[in-house]
Design a protein around this ligand. Structure first.
Ligand code: ADP
Ligand code: ZN
Length: 219
């Protein structure tokens, strides 16, 4: 099962992917998480991508494509993968199609999440994530706060705020999303594997509800 999570920042891609990963027992691969890990560890790749990310710009396609392609050959993704945050440009989507074709695999589902823009900004600035790489549960101080302040309910590790989760950066991330990523909706609509849904507190539908809907849809 190969799933792609599509959506602007703050729509809940990570949250939904994290829940789907538990239910479907296939790994969630977030290009954003991979980059952040490299930045934290100060690797060559980390140094290369740091400025793009802190300015809210996309990392160049060649760099991103290469990382994803090598991840596709890891043993743990044999049965499937949830790509969270990749592809993000038409060029990346075309590359992904080639990578899968080469491996005799095909994309089963593209989940497209949309959220009203004012909600996105509120969500991103109130987002906290579990610092435990094995857990990575996402919280929201307003919508879905942890039971104990600053501590993950699931694993007890510290919650942290991403550096790029501030108002200025989120605005450029949103701009880039509309310019570079949103054309993918049409791209996948044509391929016929798009599942679009709204995530919004105004209709009482948050990430966990969407994850349930997707599981029902797949069954
Ligand atoms: P969000 O969707 O909330 O912006 P991500 O964790 O998916 O967060 O991505 C964080 C940042 O990492 C992006 O703003 C971008 O700079 C970089 N990034 C992640 N995935 C990609 C990708 N597929 N192509 C280019 N840049 C990416
Ligand atoms: Zn945790």
């Amino acid at each position: 099962m190969i799933i792609v999570m599509l959506g602007a920042p703050g729509t809940g891609k990570g949250t939904v992917a994290n829940l789907l990963k538990d239910k479907l027992k296939i790994p969630q691969v977030s290009t954003g998480d991979i980059f952040r890990k490299h930045i934290k560890e100060g690797t060559r790749l980390g140094k290369l991508v740091e400025n793009y990310i802190s300015n809210g710009n996309l990392v160049p396609d060649e760099v991103t494509n290469e990382i994803v392609e090598s991840r596709l050959d890891d043993k743990d993704v044999e049965k499937g993968i949830i790509l969270d945050g990749y592809p993000r440009t038409v060029n990346q989507a075309k590359e992904l199609d080639k990578m899968l074709k080469k491996r005799n695999k095909k994309l089963n589902l593209v989940v497209n999440l949309t959220t009203p823009e004012e909600e996105i900004i509120e969500r991103v600035v109130n987002r906290r994530v579990c610092s435990n790489q094995e857990c990575k549960t996402v919280y929201n101080l307003v919508l879905d706060p942890p039971e104990k302040e600053g501590i993950c309910n699931k694993c007890g590790h510290e919650l942290v705020q991403r550096k790029d989760d501030n108002i200025e950066t989120v605005k450029s991330r949103l701009d880039n999303y509309f310019k570079q990523t949103s054309p993918l909706i049409e791209y996948y609509e044509k391929q016929g594997n798009l599942y679009s849904t709204v995530v919004s507190k105004s209709i009482n539908k948050l990430g966990k509800d969407v994850a349930k809907d997707i599981i029902d849809y797949l069954n």
